[in-house]
Write a protein that binds this ligand. Structure first.
Ligand code: FMN
Length: 205
């Protein structure tokens, strides 16, 4: 069964990200099911949320100067056990959804580290961006697209989602029904997952 990982860019707790992730993950699962009902022979998709505070993440800064990640083609050959575990997980995934807050018009450093520890593992993997922020996340989406489709050579879905909340909004609780302003993004998520699904199926063929 193909696996798709939802990678959360924020480690903050309490933060907006964990609540949005708990709304997004089951919605993505359901959206893949909907997208695949019209695709004969397509198996269902295992959608997993990666908690960036749980091992092997966060990986922290790159301090090992013995090599650059692009030197390592085989994910089982990374010298650091945590990086190796992460490399094997990334290799096992068929696609990714990056759920990322905007910090000073870009992405959090920890998310960049999560990418920088690896190189070949990301190449050609389909990916979709869900950005969020007090201002809507348009700048972080642009920055992410440049990173994912540029040095990491991922296949980035044209459709993305940019989430903005009304001023003074409380953090999204990780349990219970999502607030109405967040539910309003469901059609956009569905459309973007449909495109991601197409990229994954094409990659497999
Ligand atoms: C360090 C930092 C920088 C931020 N910079 C921006 C920004 O450039 N644009 C924006 O719309 N919101 C910005 N914000 C507001 C965040 O988008 C908002 O706090 C959001 O809840 C962060 O997601 P998180 O709680 O999941 O970490 C910033 C927040 C932090 C903590």
């Amino acid at each position: 069964m193909p696996k798709v990982a939802v990678l959360l860019g924020s480690l903050r707790r309490p933060g907006m990200g964990f609540g949005i992730a708990s709304w997004l993950t089951p919605l993505v699962r359901q959206s893949f099911q909907t997208a695949r009902t019209s695709t004969p022979d397509a198996s269902s998709v295992d959608v997993v949320l990666v908690d960036p505070t749980q091992p092997p993440l966060p990986l922290g800064p790159i301090v090992d100067g013995s090599h650059v990640p692009a030197d390592i083609r085989d994910p089982t050959k990374h010298p650091n056990p945590a990086v190796r575990e992460w490399a094997m997980f990334v290799t096992s995934c068929s696609g990714f959804i990056i759920l990322c807050p905007e910090y000073n018009k870009s992405y959090p450093g920890e998310l960049k580290n999560t990418f920088d520890h690896l190189y070949w593992e990301w190449a050609r993997k389909p990916v979709m961006v869900v950005a969020y922020g007090g201002g809507g996340g348009a700048r972080v989406e642009e920055a992410l697209r440049g990173m994912l489709g540029g040095p990491f050579k991922m296949q980035v879905a044209d459709k993305g989602v940019g989430i903005k909340w009304p001023r003074g909004t409380d953090k999204v609780p990780p349990e219970g029904p999502a607030p109405k302003w967040l539910q309003a993004y469901e059609p956009e998520v569905l459309a973007a997952v449909e495109e991601l699904n197409g990229l994954i199926l094409k990659n497999k063929a």
